[in-house]
Design a protein around this ligand. Structure first.
Ligand SMILES: Nc1nc2c(ncn2[C@@H]2O[C@H](COP(=O)(O)OP(=O)(O)OP(=O)(O)O)[C@@H](O)[C@H]2O)c(=O)[nH]1
Ligand SMILES: [Zn+2]
Length: 217
């Protein structure tokens, strides 16, 4: 099957079904041939001619694009948090404006924007590399998603793996299913947040994090 043995994520992790050490996420591997057939059928259903010059390679291209855009189905996102550093920092760590691209599971059209991710380490050597926060949101985003679930999944993964004192995830995104079709409201942005631990229970800690997120520019 095409896709086996390749790093579809571009982040050094193998797709599942190849590396038995990796925990399973969803089903095994991307079925390139099936996806190609489906895209060809879609073109036919739309009244297009998939044999014309400009479209001949399109089913294969689109299938490869979906393999990449759904890479989070074949790789366990939590895996990116496996390596931690022994740092005694006990205050907020916040990475803002992480570019985020996903596909809404209702229309399979993109929603995109930025993610802000913060956590308060537990002071017992569970600090992650900053890039891993961006990798985490990337892999959960690379699934058919809704913004609310994406936001909670990132927060829950951080909570599970780092056992921090608190977590905050805020995602601001524009949904193309609301801009280029349907209700057609380009520019409308949706903000979702998920807070865990101290950032849920302590209004002042949450306010401080939100202030840093809102006042970042
Ligand atoms: N809560 C939530 N809704 C979303 C998300 N992405 C898309 N949607 C919404 O999913 C809904 C699907 O509504 P339906 O009535 O089943 O589909 P539809 O007839 O295509 O709806 P319209 O988009 O209003 O034309 C729409 O209101 C979308 O705006 C998301 O991430 N979260
Ligand atoms: Zn949608």
């Amino acid at each position: 099957m095409i896709g086996e043995g390749r790093d579809v994520t571009g982040n050094g992790h193998s797709p599942l079904g190849v590396d038995a050490e990796l925990p399973r996420a969803g089903h095994a591997v991307f079925d390139q041939e099936r996806a190609e057939r489906a895209i060809r059928e879609l073109l036919l259903a739309c009244g297009e001619d998939p044999e014309r010059d400009g479209l001949r390679e399109t089913p294969a291209r689109v299938a490869r694009a979906y393999r990449e855009m759904f890479a989070g189905l074949y790789t366990e996102p939590d895996h990116v948090l496996d390596r931690t550093f022994d740092e005694s920092h006990e205050e907020l760590v916040l990475v803002t404006d992480i570019p985020m691209f996903s596909l809404c599971e209702h229309h399979l059209t993109p929603f995109h924007g930025v993610a802000h991710i913060g956590y308060i380490p537990n002071g017992q050597g569970k600090v992650t590399g900053l890039s891993k926060l961006a990798r985490l949101v990337d892999l959960y985003a690379k699934r058919p998603q809704v913004q609310e679930r994406l936001t909670s999944q990132v927060a829950d993964a951080l909570n599970r793996k780092l056992r921090p004192r608190g977590v905050i995830v805020v995602i601001e995104a524009e949904h193309l299913c609301m801009s280029m079709r349907g209700v057609r409201k380009p520019g409308a942005r949706t903000t979702t947040s998920a807070v865990r631990g101290l950032l849920q229970t302590s209004a002042s800690s949450r306010a401080e994090a939100l202030q840093l997120i809102k006042g970042r520019r």
